[in-house]
Design a protein around this ligand. Structure first.
Ligand SMILES: C[S@@+](CC[C@H](N)C(=O)[O-])C[C@H]1O[C@@H](n2cnc3c(N)ncnc32)[C@H](O)[C@@H]1O
Length: 272
């Protein structure tokens, strides 16, 4: 959510009552879809994985993710069912529902345990950015409980940054003391505060930056014991050079033909 958008009144504004504007950044609907899809791909997502899209809105990401994943791979939770309906009707079409069997919960309490499954990846873009600690804590705990053993939650929160905080210390957009959901304004957290919230709710987290991050800061989190997967995801997705996860034919050939030192490096590369 572009909480500090100052677009002219004639343009759609973040939070406006249309399926694209309501979820923020209406002029960047395409770019944000691609950016969030890229985060998942660069963090290691493959079509076989099961993904939870937290606060899936009007399927900005879902319109790329649902076709990409194998059937029964996509799960979304969203309190505003009208957004999901508009996403299907105006972006994706409904034929794909039969083909890919996406599943949805229309709830505001993060009760994702009701899906009765576990997730390889969960993604929550611009959801905790609007959640005060009580609601964010509930969400982190409930999402964390559904992560697979090697599962990773990728999400964003809103730091604001010193330029925002110092320029406008009384800005209500940066409200910190409150309860529940704040929209379209943002709740600001320092990394230390957000990391503590992750810990309190059974997760370990790593912050990372993206060239396309806008005003949101990304984190990768996991349950204790899966740290290496969250660290790996955060490193691969951070300011990324593209990493091709599947070895190409020429890489496989090189691994077979290379002298022994090169061979072991190539083998390591193949194992990754
Ligand atoms: C800024 S939008 C982001 C939408 C989506 N993640 C994306 O990036 O396209 C925030 C979304 O969170 C949803 N939301 C509001 N309260 C929520 C809650 N308690 N649990 C989950 N999602 C919530 C909103 O309806 C909205 O769709």
């Amino acid at each position: 959510m572009e909480g500090l958008d100052s677009a002219p009144a004639t343009k759609p504004r973040s939070g406006d009552n249309s399926y694209r504007a309501y979820i923020g950044g209406p002029g960047r609907y395409d770019v944000l879809a691609a950016a969030n899809f890229n985060v998942l791909i660069q963090a290691g997502l493959r079509e076989k994985h099961r993904v939870l899209d937290v606060g899936c809105g009007s399927l900005r990401l879902g319109r790329l993710l649902i076709p990409f994943l194998l059937p029964d791979g996509y799960y979304g939770i969203e309190p505003n069912q009208w957004l999901v309906d508009e996403g299907f009707d105006r972006e994706l079409g409904r034929d794909i529902i039969e083909l890919k069997q996406p599943r949805f919960l229309y709830k505001d309490d993060f009760s994702v345990g009701e899906f009765e499954t576990t997730f390889d990846y969960a993604i929550a873009y611009s959801v905790f950015s609007h959640s005060y600690p009580d609601l964010a804590g509930l969400g982190l705990r409930r999402v964390g409980e559904t992560l697979a053993d090697e599962g990773v939650l990728l999400g964003t929160y809103f730091e604001g940054g010193p330029e925002v905080v110092h320029a406008k210390p009384d800005n209500p957009l940066l409200a910190r003391n409150g309860s529940g959901w704040l929209y379209p304004k943002c709740v600001r957290y320092s990394w230390e505060e957000f990391e503590a919230l992750l810990h309190e709710n059974g997760l370990v987290g790593y912050r990372f930056t993206r060239p396309d991050r806008g005003k949101q800061t990304w984190f990768a989190a996991c349950r204790p014991g899966a740290e290496r997967y969250a660290i790996r995801a955060s490193r691969l997705a951070a300011d990324p050079p593209w990493v091709e996860p599947t070895p190409t034919r020429s890489e496989r050939l090189k691994a077979q033909l290379a002298p022994s030192a090169l061979k072991s490096a190539a083998r390591r590369r193949l194992k990754r």
